[in-house]
Design a protein around this ligand. Structure first.
Ligand code: BES
Ligand code: MN
Length: 455
């Protein structure tokens, strides 16, 4: 191990306890982006990050207002001639509902063994904190040979509505050679992971409207079509019984994976049992003809995320609901276009919806999939840092989740992203009792120290 790495790792040992206390403060901030309820908290969280980044030595740190929640930007320029890395993070978190399923309050971080429970602990305040911790010790203990820019948005969990515009507007400020995006995770604590492909997303709201208000289900049942019944029938028709999505043209542009890649993926051991264990289901669903890892990484899906119609309180009430609504997401794979999926969806509805109701389909957000280019600068250095920390070669995988910003950065800034992270598959992100495995985060800090000093 080189002297400078040793020095930075030692420095981190000294800083560790204080950093952990600050991490807890970060987690206590309820930075939920999906409503205006936490607008103030979002501002405070952004200011907290600006302050921390300046405290650890960033020469410039600023919070930029947007239409919704501020974007934090900071930079540490050693020498404009040297390579530049752009770090990405999001300080916003998912809402906490259903609240009564949490075993401890989501914004009161709670330690249980090696796990720290809190909303955002894994997705992705813990990842931001690993990066900041590594930078703190590196900047204190030696000179960097790479310029560092840090962009942290507050709208990722709502589809990053302000980010593309911000990047267009600040192209030269954000100019860099590559991006490090730790918003994904590892497949197991002993398997450092790099994600080379992510799925895209097309998120829809489908509304079926019937009578002008809820009706008595006795007086009108049998003559007025029930929007909830109609919606259920439509949803059922969206898949065949082998798990294939039935929207017209849905698979037309899907880029097939090579046999070689399929073989590589199957070696990761992410099989049926892996998913059964982690999700607690008795058996898997989805497209029968593909391996689970392929179904998640390389095949598109259609899923109902939420349903709303009629009487959903306790007890009984006899009505025919006035409308029925479904939130539906399609995860997309390389070469699929969200707009084309929308056209196929409309066509499906034109063919299938009976004339007894009115339908309305909205595309709420859309983002194409991401697949890394052949050569990402910094990738070799990052692999080396992971290997030196875990003593194994990192695994390369496709991820089923979406990080639309990776595609946007490629389009707007012209750079590839190294997508990684130190969360684990059972961190329960987006769910009650989200948690972070602290020893793995700790290793992440070490790996990041090695990485920043590896240039
Ligand atoms: N960190 C996740 C993406 C992710 C999930 C990566 C699981 C790796 C494993 C990110 O914060 C997220 O949830 N993204 C949204 C994007 C959407 C709101 C556009 C997603 O995937 O649902
Ligand atoms: Mn995230």
């Amino acid at each position: 191990m080189t002297q400078i790495i040793r020095k930075a790792l030692d420095q981190h040992q000294d800083d560790k306890e204080k950093l952990f206390q600050e991490f807890l403060s970060f987690l206590r901030m309820p930075s939920v982006s999906n409503s205006n309820e936490h607008k103030e908290d979002m501002l405070k969280t952004a200011d907290f990050l600006v302050k921390k980044l300046s405290d650890i030595g960033f020469q410039h740190a600023e919070s930029f207002p947007t239409g919704r929640h501020p974007i934090v930007y900071a930079e540490y320029v050693v020498d404009p001639e040297k390579p530049t890395i752009l770090l990405y993070g999001h300080y916003d978190v998912q809402p906490t509902d259903p609240l009564d399923e949490w075993r401890s309050a989501p914004f009161e971080p709670h330690l249980e063994g090696d796990y720290l429970y809190a909303r955002g602990a894994s997705d992705m305040k813990g990842q931001i904190w690993a990066t900041i911790s590594a930078l703190q010790s590196v900047l204190q203990s030696s000179d960097l040979a790479i310029n560092v820019k840090y962009l942290i948005e507050g709208e990722e969990e709502i589809g990053s509505p302000s980010l593309a515009g911000f990047m267009e507007e600040h192209k030269s400020m954000l100019a860099c050679d590559f991006v490090l995006n730790p918003d994904a995770g590892m497949i197991a604590p002993d398997k450092p992971t790099i994600v080379y492909a992510l799925r895209g997303l097309a998120y829809f709201e489908l509304k079926i409207t019937g009578p002008k208000s809820d009706l008595h289900s006795g007086s009108f049942g049998g003559v007025v079509a029930n929007p909830a019944n109609v919606l259920s029938r439509l949803i059922a028709a969206m898949h065949d019984n082998k798990g294939k999505v039935m929207l017209p043209g849905f698979y037309d542009d899907v880029r097939e994976i090579t046999e070689n890649e399929s073989l590589e993926l199957s070696r990761l051991g992410i099989d049926e049992n892996f998913y059964k264990k982690i999700s607690g289901v008795p058996n898997l669903g989805g497209e029968e003809d593909f391996d689970p890892i392929e179904r998640v990484g390389a095949r598109p899906t259609l899923d109902v995320n939420g349903l709303y119609s009629g009487f959903i309180e306790k007890g009984a009430k006899t009505i025919i609901p006035a409308f029925a609504l479904a939130k539906i997401s399609c995860r997309l794979v390389p070469d699929q276009d969200p707009q084309k999926v929308l056209i196929g969806f409309r066509k499906f509805l034109e063919e299938q919806v009976p004339s007894s109701v009115i339908w309305e389909l909205k595309l709420m957000s859309g983002a194409p999939a991401y697949i890394a280019g052949e050569e990402t600068p910094g990738l070799e250095a990052f692999k080396k840092a992971l290997k030196a920390t875990w003593n194994v070669d990192p695994v390369l995988k496709r991820e089923g989740g979406s990080i639309p910003v990776a595609t946007e950065m490629k389009e707007i800034l012209g750079v590839d992203s190294i997508i990684t992270g130190f969360g684990l598959p059972d961190d329960q992100i987006h769910s009650p009792n989200e948690r972070l495995h602290l020893p793995t985060q700790q290793k992440g800090v070490e790996a990041l120290i090695r990485f920043f000093l590896g240039f």
